[in-house]
Design a protein around this ligand. Sequence first.
Ligand code: ADP
Ligand code: ADP
Ligand code: ZN
Length: 216
Amino acid sequence: MRLILLGPPGAGKGTQAEGIVQKYNIPHISTGDIFRAALREGTEMGLKAKGYMDSGQLVPDEIVVGVVTERLRKSDCVKGFLLDGFPRNANQAEALDKVVEHMSIKIDGVINIDVPDEELVDRLTGRRMCKGCGASFHVKFKAPKVRNVCDSCGGELYQRDDDTVETAKERLEIYHSQTAPLIEYYTKKGVILNINGNQDMKAVLAEIIEALGKIE
Ligand code: ADP
Ligand code: ADP
Ligand code: ZN
């Protein structure tokens, strides 16, 4: 399965990715996670990305496309992959088309998680992430068993610098202007899977697994 997770910031892409990659045994490729890891390691790419991320802007396409192209060529992607947070604009989507064409593969499905804006700011500002494995928790909607400790790996939880009310609103605006048009782009290609993300997390996963079952 070669899949893309599409949806606004806070839609539940990272949360649902866990269940999807477990079921299909494919790598989870989150561009946001890659940038945050690079920043923690202090690489040049991470430092470059930080300014954009903190202000809620998109990291320039040439950086992101380079990172993804390199990642898709790794051997663990031969059986499939789940892209999360990429592509985020038309230029990235066209670049991805060229990469997959060059690799003689195709995207099987684009999972579009739909959640209304009014839910998203609460999800983003209450989000807590694991420093160890990148898992998402939420102070109200998905509290860890032990406060500030990851249920899966025991890592410490933290709040992302970009999960403030102000930056969340900026990211939502960018989503609507630059990323949402990709829904039509992939609908025209016949690969979109529309999922209601405004329900319980388990119900969202069930809807995704059902939709993927139809394209297997
Ligand atoms: P969320 O899951 O809340 O949407 P991500 O972790 O996917 O956030 O992304 C965090 C930030 O990383 C984005 O606001 C942006 O600055 C940067 N980023 C991630 N993916 C991309 C991308 N495909 N293109 C440009 N910037 C990106
Ligand atoms: P994304 O990767 O799309 O930015 P996340 O998966 O990190 O989104 O989810 C954003 C926040 O919302 C997290 O704190 C997560 O625990 C919470 N969340 C995810 N799905 C749901 C849901 N269906 N209902 C309520 N909260 C959710
Ligand atoms: Zn963890």
